[in-house]
Design a protein around this ligand. Structure first.
Ligand SMILES: [Zn+2]
Length: 521
């Protein structure tokens, strides 16, 4: 007899429905699992046998072959334990045939038969819904997450017996107790019901950043065009505050972006409460973060910081203090907007479309450029600090801006600048122009490829002449020249102008000039 149940695996940040088939035939009792299982899936055999016995089911004294289809996709994770156990029950006649036709199952089995929560339930449920299945059996601990997907009957189970009873009789166990599921969830095809929470953010406001109007303006340009930015200044000048104000100035996540962000959080094993609101992700890894922590890793692969910051901000405070290997590894996701990992011979790709906000001291002691105090760095220490801020990753940063120290007396005399809500309106308008230009929601000038650049800046315009003269004068590389045009386009978008003007190019050049007090590359 053949048993057949639907399960889910993960592929990148998407779910993959897997048909789990169990064949039961004479021979020495053992379980063979075929269909590219990873190590965690292969071990399922050792969990399924005691789990079935401890729940009072019979483990067939026969040779069992479990096939995971489609055969060409690698199956990652432990969520396939439950459908495998169910397929064994069907193959051995302990569950009726065809009882699993309209349901998928996810969950890890403990040896005593309890069903334990797994990662990636949200993308799994999205795949189940798109396959046209009607219900999904999930561990109690994943109930809140599974309910975010509309159109599915979610069946929470605590053990294998409850799952079998549902398949046999349709009896749905009571809702699990414990922390309430995420209420007010927008749902996968939601209508932006959580927009208000997106504007609440951290409670910090750009209006509270005093005396740093140039830096606030640079931040506005970076957020509007999706450009990476570095804030350079001594300690205590508000660099961290500038970065922390940023998420609430960005427009809330769109429906599609929300699904991606929530799926990433589901895979990382983090709670979904933050992802349910539409605030853009803000990640602030500390300087001891390893390469695997930054890019992702492990088996099955877990997303790293660059993926957790997808469609949001990655804030690296004291950028120069991170391990050089970690910094240089950022250049690839910055360029390609995704991360590719090879795990167990199979490539896994995670999205990583973030805005990098980095902060750094102007030198190792932090005092360089400050009038009243002297920098104590020796030339060799200065050179080493500069080396840490150069290389392929730094070359991909479009905006460099000084955040100088202000005397307290002077700060009290400064007028308030733009508030976060004013910035949010201007940024949203500029982003709407960019989405229209590139014909894709969420596209920004930073996404423009080299082929698109001639359309951004007409060759015959005065602005183009200014840009070319600056490129010659300061020996800008092709990448540097393109960066200036893209930033100038964003400045013009904020200005509501159809064409890039000279003043827009000059402002963009200014953001490169801040790099150690002179235009480089
Ligand atoms: Zn110094």
């Amino acid at each position: 007899m053949l048993g057949r149940a639907w399960g889910c695996a993960v592929k990148g940040v998407s779910g993959l429905t897997v048909a789990v088939e169990c064949d039961h035939h004479r021979g020495l009792p053992c379980i063979d699992i075929v269909g590219l299982p990873d190590a965690g899936v292969k071990e399922a055999g050792s969990r399924v046998r005691p789990a079935l016995r401890n729940m009072g089911f019979e483990f067939p004294m026969a040779r069992l072959t479990i096939n995971l289809a489609p055969a060409w996709e690698h199956k990652l994770g432990v969520g396939l334990d439950l459908p495998m156990a169910i397929s064994v029950l069907m193959a051995s006649g302990q569950l009726p045939e065809a009882c699993t036709e309209r349901s998928a199952l996810m969950g890890e089995l403990a040896l005593d038969g309890r069903v334990l929560p797994v990662r990636g339930v949200l993308p799994g449920c999205i795949a189940v819904a798109s396959q046209g299945l009607k219900s999904v059996v999930v561990p109690n601990g994943n109930y809140g997450e599974a309910r975010l997907v509309p159109g599915l009957t979610v069946v929470p189970v605590g053990d294998l017996r409850q799952a079998a009873r549902f398949l046999e009789s349709g009896e749905i166990p009571p809702e699990p107790h414990g922390p309430p599921g995420p209420h007010g969830a927008p749902g996968v095809s939601g209508s932006g019901a959580c927009e208000m929470s997106a504007t609440a953010g951290s409670g910090l406001d750009f209006v509270h950043v005093l005396g740093q109007q140039a830096a606030v303006r640079a931040m506005e340009v970076a957020l509007a065009g999706g450009h990476h930015i570095v804030l350079i200044g001594p300690p205590g000048t508000g660099k961290t505050m500038l970065a922390m104000c940023a998420p609430s100035a960005l427009p809330p996540l769109s429906d599609d972006e929300w699904v991606e962000a929530a799926s990433i959080r589901s895979l990382s094993g983090d709670g979904l409460s933050e992802a349910v609101s539409r605030v853009r992700p803000f990640r602030q890894p500390n300087r001891t973060t390893t390469l695997a922590g930054m890019l992702g890793g492990g088996s099955p692969p877990v997303p790293g910081e660059v993926t957790l910051a997808h469609k949001g901000l990655l804030f690296l405070d004291e950028f120069a203090q991170f391990a050089p290997g970690v910094i240089s590894a950022l250049s690839e996701p910055m360029e390609k907007r995704n991360v590719r990992l090879i795990r167990g011979g199979s490539p896994v790709s995670f999205p990583a479309d973030f805005i990098l906000v980095a902060s750094t001291n102007p030198c190792a002691c932090g005092m360089r450029g400050h009038r009243s105090e002297e920098c104590s760095c020796t030339p060799s220490i200065l050179a080493s600090h500069r080396r840490r801020l150069s290389g392929p990753t730094a070359d991909r940063i479009d905006i460099w801006v000084d955040v100088p120290r202000r005397e307290a007396a002077a700060v009290s005399g400064f007028e308030h600048g733009a508030s976060t809500s004013e910035l949010r309106k201007r940024i949203a308008a500029a982003r709407a122009r960019q989405a229209e230009r590139y014909g894709r929601p969420g596209s920004t000038n930073s996404h423009a490829t080299a082929d698109a650049l001639p359309q951004l800046l007409r060759r015959s315009s005065k602005a183009a002449a200014v840009a070319r003269a600056a490129a010659d004068r300061f020996h800008l590389s092709a990448r540097g020249f393109h960066s200036v045009i893209k930033v100038a386009r964003t400045v013009a978008d904020l200005d509501g102008q159809a064409d890039i003007g000279e003043e827009h190019v000059l402002e963009a050049l200014g953001y490169r000039a801040c790099r150690f007090g002179g235009v480089e590359r």
